[in-house]
Design a protein around this ligand. Sequence first.
Ligand code: TRP
Length: 361
Amino acid sequence: MKLIDPYGSELVKDYAKLVQEFGLEPFDPGLFPEPNRLMRRGVVFAGRDLQAIAEAIRKRKKFYALSGIMPTAERIHLGNKQVVENMAYFQQHGGQTFILVADLEAAAARGVPLDEARKRAMEFHIPAYIALGLDPKKTTFYFQSENKEVMHFAYRAAKRITLNEFRAIYGNADPGRIMSAVTQVGDILYPQFSERMPGIVPVGIDQDPHIRLTRDIAARMKEEKFVPPAGLYHKYTPSLDGSIKMSKSRPESCIELPEDPAAVCRKIKKALTGGRDTLEEHRRLGAVIEKDMVFELLKQHLVESDAELQRIYDDYTSGKMTSGELKEIACEKMAAFMQAFSAGLEKARKQAHALRFVRFK
Ligand code: TRP
């Protein structure tokens, strides 16, 4: 069995297999009320303990949603956006929301200095999250490096796991990774330090090892009665050439937020598509939609209406629409998105002074 690697950039080819091998719950869009675009379209594909959260939403009981910002890059890209959209979903459905800046992890994993991480988070990442739909008035923020309670808890968590168990989950056990992982366990349980309640962590599937570790450790601290946290996993946004998950390491295949619409359109024009070699063939056979990265962009990010997406799907797979036409649609929608995002970002930056940060004594 292959391990899920939180530090890799590989694209998952077979999500169904992953669900089976790791004992994940396949995601059923009927589970949550008013499922968002990602949930409806199978981009959110799996989770752990989702019933507990569905019940909390249904019965209007307390629960929380928590996720982390990695300030390793100055900006975010399209692939990072899904976490925010899922966080916003749970916020709108009654969850207390927590966003932490993983500045200690960014320092340990990538050597980003703490003051640089702070600057990036305040000037860009947090305003970007707000521009993408998070309500700042209802979100609690903190920096890992300031959260003494989380750090103290991480030490206790470290005592509940052996090196061999760590290796079995992560495949390797660098000291830096161990430190980051136990810190993340503290992050995920942090909202429960004051009150036990179910919580959900919407993340990319690469973060599942951390959820498993947290659930194991929480279960071992029997006397604490933590509610084991739920996980919600989305598929990766692929890079435009379809080779890896979207990543800045391949700038021509990565769409950053914000980015000049004309530059983005040039990248889209070079994306891997499912269009056929000749027009005649395309009209006759239709597009190979599974390998089309432009359709993937529309599906994951750019088309909100299911009916509209279905029309595009039908036209494209029947050969009525060419991949050039599909790219035009994507460019147009992307330009509108970037414009709205930039405006939202400007507005959110002005609210930065009013954010709710945890104050530590
Ligand atoms: N490890 C996460 C990442 O690489 C960042 C992170 C730290 C996080 N603490 C967290 C994510 C708690 C979710 C919940 O992106």
